[in-house]
Design a protein around this ligand. Structure first.
Ligand code: IPM
Ligand code: MN
Length: 355
């Protein structure tokens, strides 16, 4: 198979973890006989530095001509002041919107070799395996917003059309069929009208999937249940902002934000990026955990229909965990560098013994 991939390293540790994902993809190509062509482009703070714009037209054009997009991380300390007119995060929101990536998939897994890394009790998180379906291009993130002239009043509108809800809810039910057949809708339907629309649409779609069990949780309760009883979750579907919040909470179960990958899927395009940010303080030291980026690349392989290949990448990550071949966030005593972990993953993938 031959694929063209737009590579957006972005800011901070983004380019470093991306280098490891590319090593891994090249190893997959070698072992399974695929060719991946990479087109490197700018986004975020790095793009502002070069072009004055967080999402240059050339970047968008490349993404629309590729089979998929890989993204490292976005966020730059020079532009961290949220009152600035031009900020790196705008590049991320714009690329999601322009590519129509409405469905953001964020799996949360408790690896048995890493249970001690979580501040939560082992017996509570053992076996946790759920996936968050976060709506990504609507809601309060993209509604009308503004500020009065005297600066004393501000607003952000949370807006959803039924069709925007339906397409992601449908995706979550399709996913549930391949898993434990349970979908939880997380909302705030006791207060918000938009949440009541989510429930209506959810019930309508649910009727088409009689074998899939469902329940609803209010966002405040869901945050609590995720800590008290995370094994109760299989597929969670929710709005943009609620999904943003609970996915960071989910990383506490995994033990490190450096472990969570994500896939953002639209009708025509797809983008794969870690849940974590750009960690500017860690940039340049070769200490970031590349797993989230590498596992995002595995989600891309899966999206291409390369299931055996995706499984091999996940297996290589598992082997690193079992052998304690880990970066400092997961191994404080004898840690490996970001590039050492990347090289080891690629060596595991090309090793004959694995084949
Ligand atoms: C995420 C991030 C982004 C979001 C930020 C950087 C705009 O937190 O992908 O979860 O809020 O969507
Ligand atoms: Mn977030």
């Amino acid at each position: 198979m031959e694929k063209r991939i737009t590579v957006l390293g972005g800011d901070g540790i983004g380019p470093e973890v991306m280098t490891q994902a590319i090593k891994v993809l090249d190893a997959v190509g070698l072992r399974f006989g695929h060719t991946f062509h990479y087109d490197y482009q700018l986004i975020g703070g790095a793009a502002i530095e070069e072009t004055g714009h967080p999402l240059p037209d050339e970047t968008t054009a490349s993404c629309t001509e590729s089979d998929a997009v890989l993204l490292g991380a976005i966020g730059h300390p020079k532009y961290s002041d949220p009152t600035l007119k031009i900020r790196p995060e705008q590049g991320l929101l714009a690329i999601r919107k322009e590519l129509g990536l409405y469905c953001n998939v964020r799996p949360v897994t408790a690896y048995s070799g890493l249970l001690d890394m979580s501040p939560l009790k082992n017996e509570r998180i053992k076996g946790v395996d759920f996936v968050i379906y976060r709506e990504l291009i609507g809601g309060i993130y993209f509604g009308e917003s503004g500020r009065s002239e005297d600066g004393k009043y501000a607003f952000d509108k949370c807006e959803y059309y039924d069709h925007e809800i339906e397409r992601i809810v449908r995706k979550s039910f399709e996913e549930a069929k391949n898993r434990r057949s349970h979908v939880t809708l997380v909302d705030k339907a006791n207060v918000l009208e938009s949440s009541r629309l989510w429930r209506e649409v959810f019930d309508k779609v649910s009727a088409e999937y009689p074998k899939v069990e469902t329940d609803y949780l209010y966002i405040d309760n869901a945050c609590m249940q995720m800590i008290l009883n995370p094994r109760r979750f299989d597929v969670v579907v929710t709005s943009n902002i609620f999904g943003d919040i609970i996915s960071d909470e989910g990383s506490v179960i995994a033990g490190s934000l450096g472990l969570l990958p994500s896939a953002s899927i639209g009708e025509h395009f797809s983008l794969f990026e870690p849940v974590h940010g750009s960690w500017p303080e860690g940039a340049g030291f070769d200490i970031a955990n590349p797993f989230a980026m590498v596992l995002s690349a595995a989600m891309m392989l899966q999206h291409f229909g390369l299931f055996e290949e995706a499984e091999a990448v996940k297996q290589a990550v598992n082997t690193c965990i079992e052998q304690d071949y880990l970066t400092a966030d997961l191994n404080t005593i004898a840690s490996k560098s970001c590039s050492e972990v990347g090289s080891y993953l690629s060596a595991l993938l090309t090793a004959k013994t694995l084949a």
